[in-house]
Design a protein around this ligand. Structure first.
Ligand SMILES: C[S@@+](CC[C@H](N)C(=O)[O-])C[C@H]1O[C@@H](n2cnc3c(N)ncnc32)[C@H](O)[C@@H]1O
Length: 764
């Protein structure tokens, strides 16, 4: 509704007030009404509305005007006024089926689904062949989760009009809600056959196809849908499918969407890494270069040996590779080896006078920049020999001297340095930002000079909320001051902020959820917010969110605040604090999120209890904890590293990674190389060299919930896992029986490799 319409609507007095002024003749009312209908049919709602109002002033009991004005009110987003008007019309003529039908739209917008059922049934009683009334009846029943009844209503509607696309679609939704996947898929397909632009049907059909295990076909359905309308759910479904795809579609469209999914982005850019790597390797020139690197590893190659005649141009020009390298860390051993050797080949090449055969300077510069950006993102995790380090130090010295005396600095050597160490490690690096550089270098300068400077400037803006004294807290703080976790470049696209009760009911429809019911904003705490990704996500997801995000590590908090400010979010306040001391800040919260944190405390349960003490009754907690069973690979690796005496330094992390990669594929300690965290320095440290790590089992979590007045609302897990669980345990549709989950996990030990992520509610 635009501003003018809102003003007009504000003038729409409740019809009871209009009643007192009726006196004009029936003829005048008839004329006004006829003119109003003309405007209405031509879509001129404001003009129509004025005339209906005039007609009602003349005759407050004019049913047509009450009815039509009600319909206008629905169209301009004032359903409460619509209900009032149409109810008056019904009071004057109870036997008019259209009135009962139309009021359903307004009631549905007000979530009064039981009333909508009543009116739809009355419309059908008055007019038994009223196809659309069956549809509305089905919709209201669907909202009330009376799936069998909804299916019955939709089938009645289709019996009268088999070509009704929406009826097929909504029937499919009801079948889908009952997990009757084959029937639902057939109905979605029929809906799309009848109406190929029914965009929600693509999303649902893709999800069903995905759940059925045909991820490739699901991707094709999503892409068909994206061509009709690029909705947020379809974009997010694209990421889900791309994340799970074992093979990918060979199509220009997939390449196009994948680049957009990573750069805009449509989900966490890391989610699509595997698909991106697969696609990059499909280029024959890049494939050959990667094969050469893998065959030669660890011996170094020249640019000509590594790239051949066309490899460098192909590599520099590959949009998927560029999107991957600039937006997330690449998780693939063969690609890593190629990039590592490419880096040393470039280091050699910048000392040579001529570019490698067949390759222009632009290709080298473009590739050097994207490689440097990748190395910064992965925090220089690639293997690096002492001779390379010495040569880079030499180059750094030359740049430092040139900066000091104002001599020119060539861009390419600077990019090569930036692929070995951050530009901010160069003495006087601040001056780099003031110089002019070729166009392609700007992104590199922003990443490695401007952003780190901006982050540092924020150090004084973050308040210290508690002291940090606990021995383990101090150790953990030191780790994350050196290695903030996780470094992220972009986060998923905006989600529509929704009220908490709405979101919880939607996410956990079978749970025994009690409304939090806050109307005046939601006080949220992100405890151990790290670099702010979760805070940003939750600030966008929850309507009225007022977030306090705390962490031990000032470096992480600066990283978080910089990204938050850049995204223009103003509802997150960052503070430095120890969870153990949070009771002292004198605040209470409606929602607390603490993911990937408690298992790093000396006593995780003590920290959890502190958080509970500042959670309001009925408050919600998002918790993420390590699973003991899912981390057997990590334990094996930690033992392996301890035996060899590795420490958490950058050199040791680089070396130990190569030792792990050299292990037999079947070795338990080699398993960590399958995890995304293995591919950046801080994440790798977090994964296998953490100063403090506890692990949990589901029985232990169950005990804690029972002893501390917490009700499990559900796990946050992939839809296919939840579906498999429900099929195995149909007596637990809410998926909250931890004994069942324990059995399920024993049978599927990798279920919680990414942690137990769940939501609980505190008893009032
Ligand atoms: C693995 S990171 C997880 C960060 C973030 N929750 C996420 O999921 O991206 C763990 C974070 O918890 C923080 N942390 C650990 N113990 C803490 C404590 N006692 N108080 C506050 N923060 C703590 C660390 O500083 C670190 O940033």
């Amino acid at each position: 509704m635009n501003r003018k319409q809102r003003r007009q609507m504000a003038r729409l007095e409740p019809a009871s007030a209009l009643r007192q002024t009726s006196s004009s003749s029936a003829q005048r009312v008839g004329e006004l009404f006829a003119r109003a209908v003309q405007h209405f049919q031509a879509g001129r709602l404001m003009e129509a509305m004025q005339l209906y109002q005039q007609a009602l002033l003349a005759d407050p009991k004019h049913i047509g005007s009450l009815h039509h004005l009600g319909v206008v009110a629905i169209k301009i987003g004032r359903p409460e006024i619509a209900v009032d008007l149409i109810e008056q019309a019904i009071a004057l003529n109870e036997a008019n089926p259209t009135l009962h039908h139309d009021i359903c739209f307004a009631l549905s917008a007000l979530d009064r689904h039981a009333d909508a059922v009543r009116h739809a049934q009355r419309a059908i009683a008055l007019k038994p062949d009223y196809t659309n009334a069956y549809l509305l009846l089905g919709d209201a029943l669907l909202k009330l989760r009376r799936f069998d009844d909804a299916i019955g209503a939709y089938r009645q509607s289709l019996a009268r009009d088999p070509a009704h696309a929406e009826a097929h679609n909504n029937l499919a939704e009801a079948l889908f809600a009952q997990e009757r996947l084959d029937e639902a898929a057939a109905s979605f397909k029929e809906a799309l056959r009848l109406k190929p632009d029914l965009v929600t049907a693509y999303n649902n059909l893709a999800m069903i196809t995905f759940l059925g295990g045909d991820v490739l076909q699901a991707l094709n359905v999503v892409m068909q849908g994206l061509q009709v309308n690029e909705t947020a759910p379809l974009k997010s479904m694209f990421v889900t499918c791309a994340r799970h795809a074992k093979s990918i579609p060979v199509s220009v469209a997939f390449r196009h969407y994948l680049v957009r999914a990573m750069t805009e982005p449509w989900g966490r850019p890391g989610a699509t890494t595997t698909a991106a790597v697969t696609l990059v390797k499909q280029d024959p020139h890049i494939r050959q270069s990667i094969d050469r690197a893998v065959a030669a590893w660890p011996a170094r190659l020249s640019c000509a040996e590594l790239f051949g005649a066309e490899g460098l141009r192909a590599t520099a020009g590959d949009r998927v590779l560029r999107a991957l390298l600039q937006n997330t860390h690449a998780k693939d051993v063969a690609l890593e080896r190629f990039l590592t050797l490419a880096r040393s080949a470039l280091l050699d090449a910048i000392t040579a006078t001529a570019a490698p055969d067949g390759t222009g300077d632009d290709d080298i510069a473009a590739f050097a920049c994207m490689l440097a950006q990748q190395c910064f993102i992965n925090e220089y995790v690639f293997a690096c020999g002492p001779d390379e380090q010495a040569r880079v130090a030499l180059l750094r010295g030359q740049v430092t001297a040139a900066l000091r005396i104002g001599d020119p600095i060539a861009a390419l050597p600077l990019a090569v340095i930036a692929s070995y160490e951050p530009l901010y490690a160069i003495a006087g690096f601040e001056a780099l930002a003031a110089r002019s550089w070729p166009l392609g270098f700007d992104g590199l300068l922003t990443q490695q000079v401007r952003e780190p400077l901006a982050e540092r400037a924020l150090r004084n803006e973050i308040r210290r909320l508690t002291s940090i004294e606990d021995d383990v807290s101090v150790l953990v703080q030191n780790q994350y001051e050196e290695s903030p976790y996780p470094r992220w470049v972009k986060c998923a696209l905006d989600e529509t902020a929704r009220p908490i009760d709405d979101r919880m009911r939607n996410d956990f429809p079978h749970a025994r959820y009690r409304p939090v019911g806050r109307m005046d904003g939601l006080d949220m705490l992100i405890a151990g917010c790290g670099t702010g990704q979760q805070a940003v996500m939750m600030a966008r997801q929850y309507e009225g969110a007022r977030i306090l995000a705390v962490d031990l590590s000032l470096a992480s908090l600066c990283y978080a605040k910089y990204r938050t400010d850049t995204l223009g979010l103003t509802n997150i306040e960052y503070g430095q604090a120890d969870i153990l001391k949070l009771a002292s800040i004198g605040r209470q919260f409606d929602v607390i999120a603490c993911s990937g944190v408690l298992h790093h405390l000396g006593d995780p349960l003590e920290g959890w209890r502190v958080l509970l003490s500042i959670l309001r009754p009925n408050g919600i907690m998002h918790i993420g904890l390590y699973s003991q069973l899912a981390r057997t690979d990590v334990v094996a690796t930690r033992d392996f590293l301890a035996m060899r005496g590795y420490r958490a330094t950058i050199d040791d992390i680089r070396r130990c990674r190569q030792d792990i990669l050299a292990l037999d594929q079947a070795s338990p300690a080699r398993g960590v190389a399958e995890r995304s965290d293995f591919y950046t320095t801080s994440n790798c440290r977090d994964l296998i060299l953490h100063v403090q790590e506890h692990q949990f089992t589901l029985p232990r979590i169950k005990d804690f919930l029972a002893n501390n007045g917490l009700e499990l609302l559900g796990f946050q897990h992939d839809a296919d896992v939840l579906l498999r669980y429900r099929r195995q345990f149909p007596d637990d549709p809410a998926c909250t029986n931890l004994d069942h989950w324990h059995v399920y996990e024993q049978q599927n030990p990798r279920t919680f490799t990414g942690m137990y992520q769940f939501v609980v509610q505190k008893h009032a």
